[in-house]
Design a protein around this ligand. Structure first.
Ligand code: MTE
Ligand code: MO
Length: 550
């Protein structure tokens, strides 16, 4: 590609010196589209692709969370104010990560364009810009939790490669002397350089882009090949529980067709976390450190867990970000070791009232010590619905604490339990404006018919799911328009830590109608109609939906 400056330009490169292209005063849009600024921006984008893809390729040999895109995204997530997180979840649901990646791609693209243009106009300034970007990425990488300083190597190599690519492309732009509006500064810069054609520039850019694509794909394949965590998970044999889950009674499923299955299959279980790349932990390497206000600091291996007195039970998890009527809740059968037993081994000291659990990627949750010791059977779970915990749900080990929203209890990829006090430490979301405690609020959800559905008149089955973990559901009532609150038929209750389904037969008459539902928990308390946003400690209010009967 590259030619020494003494070589005469090839014929194809001379072809561009046609009068049509040089005629002054003729500035058709097509010409401006391939003007120097646009091409310089393109060079910047190609160079950025080199930075990211080379880092991805080299990164296959380092911690996955340390690649530039993941580290930048994760850092962004950590600095996301709670209103924005709330907005992202409300707007994009569990696609919030896709939205983040799209936002990042646009930002990186714009920055790359600017840096390309700057480098073309003033190379030294461009270099400074690229190095600054590299430094920002390195900072994002090395400040990730559980990431080692050496994990900065992929970014450093990527940045150097990006600079070389940028130089390679920008040099070609400088050598193009046919710009009609080239300023004198630039003409002075390249008085005796050979002329390069647009075609040569595009070829160089194409080669750069193709090389990036190959590097990125290679990096992906290489990291997949090097990771055997997924395979190890597949082949894990779950031991039997000393206290198996009670058989699920008949009749837990709502009689209304279309209501969500009572047990949520693993693949359909909602996923909420701050992890942009799912942490991959080898069960053999996993260790749980229990420390803080304890008599004895202890360390637990995965084998210790397998050998423990295991319990198994159905527990429904709920996310604090779930809006009224939302679906950030699921019910599964969990297998694990009671956290009570772990704490007993360590011996919590007088004055402790909280356990701060931390995941390998730095997320943390503050759970009342009490909730981990009482008979609700909080556990360190490694089995979910008769399978090893899926990677996205915390493999190899997560916490499951009945009755508390996930953000203060359900730490996935958990590696550290610090026995402490609410007065002394704060968890991840508490530092971002959410509550320090999160008991689950009583909630009735209408699942059929759907909001704004058109239904035929006559008998219509209304149905859904209600929850108030650890208190249980004793009543669900339905109100049509402004009529009386009428009791729905409750499905069988499996336990107070699982959700409970319900159904209601409605004689529907033509026209628009409003359906409302509310639940009563085991303490006799009726679900509040006081509307509250998810921030800081969970949404409340009655779900109300409109349907049209035809
Ligand atoms: N490591 C880690 N664990 C985490 C989170 C997280 O961001 N990181 N999010 C919590 C929240 S807010 C919820 S609601 C539950 C969701 O668990 P699930 O994804 O298995 O449904 O995980 C909790 N555990
Ligand atoms: Mo959550």
């Amino acid at each position: 590609m590259d030619k020494p400056s003494t070589q005469t330009p090839r014929a194809e490169e001379l072809r561009i010196e046609t009068p049509a292209r040089k005629r002054p005063g003729q500035h058709p849009a097509s010409k401006r589209l391939t003007g120097p600024t646009v091409l310089a921006a393109l060079a910047g984008v190609a160079a950025a692709a080199v930075v990211l893809s080379v880092a991805e390729l080299i990164g296959a040999f380092f911690t996955a969370r340390a690649t530039p895109v993941i580290a930048l995204g994760s850092t962004f997530i950590d600095f996301t104010p709670s209103w924005l997180k709330d907005f992202a979840i409300a707007t994009f649901g569990t696609n919030d990560k896709v939205a983040l990646f799209v936002g990042m791609a646009v930002t990186i693209l714009l920055l790359a364009c600017v840096l390309g243009i700057v480098a073309y106009r003033k190379w030294a300034l461009g270099v400074a810009g690229v190095l600054l970007m590299g430094a920002v990425i390195v900072a994002a990488v090395v400040t990730r939790s559980g990431v080692k300083p050496l994990d900065a190597i992929p970014t450093v190599i990527g940045t150097v490669a990006g600079l070389i690519a940028l130089r390679f492309l920008v040099t070609r732009l400088w050598r193009m002397r046919q710009w009609p509006d080239m300023d004198s500064d630039l003409s002075a810069k390249a008085p005796d350089r050979p002329v390069t054609s647009r075609r040569a520039f595009f070829a160089a850019t194409g080669v750069t882009a193709a090389a990036s694509a190959i590097a990125a794909t290679g990096g992906r394949l290489l990291s997949a090949a090097r990771s055997n965590v997924a395979q190890a998970r597949e082949s894990l044999q779950l031991p039997a529980a000393a206290k198996p889950a009670p058989a699920v009674p008949a009749g837990v499923q709502s009689m209304a067709p279309g209501v969500t299955p009572w047990v949520t299959p693993n693949n359909d279980f909602y996923r909420i976390d701050t992890a942009l790349s799912v942490p991959e932990i080898n069960a053999q390497d996993w260790e749980l450190r229990v420390h803080g206000l304890v008599d004895r600091e202890i360390r637990l291996s995965f084998q210790d867990l397998l050998d423990a007195n295991l319990i198994e039970s159905h527990v429904s998890l709920t996310c604090v970000s779930n809006p009224v009527g939302g679906n950030l809740a699921g019910n599964a059968k969990w297998l694990g070791m009671p956290i009570r037993d772990v704490l007993k081994m360590a011996g919590p000291q007088e004055g402790a009232d909280m356990v701060l659990s931390t995941s390998i990627d730095g997320f943390s949750a503050s759970t009342p010590l009490e909730a981990l010791q009482d008979d609700r059977d909080a556990m360190l779970a490694f089995g979910m619905n008769d399978e090893a915990l899926p990677l996205e749900h915390g493999y190899p080990v997560r916490m499951v604490v009945p009755g508390l929203y996930g953000f203060v209890s359900a730490t996935k990829w958990v590696v550290d339990l610090e026995v402490t006090r609410f007065a002394d430490s704060q968890a991840y979301w508490t530092q971002r404006g959410w509550s320090e405690r999160g008991p689950i609020k009583t909630m009735a959800r209408v699942e059929v018919p759907k909001s704004f559905a058109k239904v035929p008149s006559g008998r219509v089955a209304i149905g859904g799911t209600a929850w108030a973990q650890t208190r249980g559901i004793t009543k669900v009532e339905v109100q049509i328009d402004n009529g009386p609150w009428t009791e729905a038929v409750l499905s069988t209750e499996a336990s107070v830590v699982t959700w409970r389904q319900w159904s209601f037969d409605w004689e529907a008459t033509p026209g628009p109608h409003y359906i409302k539902a509310r639940a009563t928990d085991g303490t006799g308390e009726v679900q509040t109609d006081q509307r509250a946003d998810p921030v800081p400690d969970g949404a409340s209010g009655w779900q109300s939906l409109m349907v049209t009967v035809e």
